[in-house]
Design a protein. Sequence first.
Length: 152
Amino acid sequence: MTRHRKAAKGFTVIELVIVLAILSLVAVLSLPGLMKSVSHYRLGTASRGLVTDLRLARHLALKENRAVRVNFLTQRSYRIERFVAGNWIPVSGTVSFSDDHTRRGIIFSTTPDPVEFDYVGRAKAAAEMRLVSENGEERTVEVFTTGRIVED
């Protein structure tokens, strides 16, 4: 009588090592693309956040019938301030790109001058802010003297 051996079920160690090596190679090759995507996402988040804050400042100027500005403190931070009794008083806390993980690595190409809105929502002067990501990608936010705010 002949005995038949049962076929072995499962994978050999060599097969598992080969699969792990292939997966590791794919992960290493896709890492730069992933990092670029994260940087792109952070730049978009910072740009949209700045536009929102500029629109908030304009809205407050209209609502409160007084001057309100976005004051750029450094290349990485700004805050909204209102003009009360001859002084600029902060409306909110400082927005810092260094502290916010969704905006980390983003800077302004230069520290912009404050963007001031008058009581009817017009900007005192036209302004252009360039945001730059870690990998050199740029976004521009423009404020026109009419008060219009545009993200490029």
